[in-house]
Design a protein around this ligand. Structure first.
Ligand SMILES: [Zn+2]
Length: 138
């Protein structure tokens, strides 16, 4: 499913991203890193608003779909719209997971899991790094 020739609406070189992002943001967004659990700034945030991609400002998630998963990362049960994100099969760490990326710039956001029994409308958990997001309060 990964297509290295894919063009995004926002397309930048590593050097351009490094100039724009902090080293920690670059590591997660552009190198598919993972923030440590329970340290992200939005883990327990209840503020009403829209979460945007920290790399390109595309609107990705609404606070209304954020729920308490107690997993240590901000968790949403659905994206703002299906076309805002893209899904990539990820088999690193010996696990079959589905990576979630920003569809506008290709930056790594986190992973999506389903069937965990959280009782949300979709039974999905978009487990997203705080550092991949910027909250715009409503
Ligand atoms: Zn983006």
């Amino acid at each position: 499913m990964t297509d290295s020739t894919k063009q995004y609406a926002v397309q930048k070189s590593d050097a351009e991203w490094k100039a724009q992002l902090s080293p920690a943001e670059f590591h997660v967004l552009r190198k598919a890193g993972t923030e440590r659990p329970f340290v992200g700034e939005y883990t327990d945030t209840k503020t009403v608003g829209v979460y945007k991609c920290r790399a390109c400002d595309a609107e990705l998630f609404r606070s209304e779909t954020k729920f308490d998963s107690h997993c240590g990362w901000p968790s949403f049960y659905a994206p703002l719209a299906e076309d805002r994100v893209e899904y990539i099969e990820d088999s690193t760490l010996g696990m079959k997971r589905v990576e979630v990326r920003c569809a506008n710039c290709g930056s790594h956001l986190g992973h999506v899991f389903e069937g965990e029994g959280y009782g949300t409308p979709t039974d999905q958990r978009y487990c997203i790094n705080s550092i991949s997001l910027t909250l715009a309060p409503a």
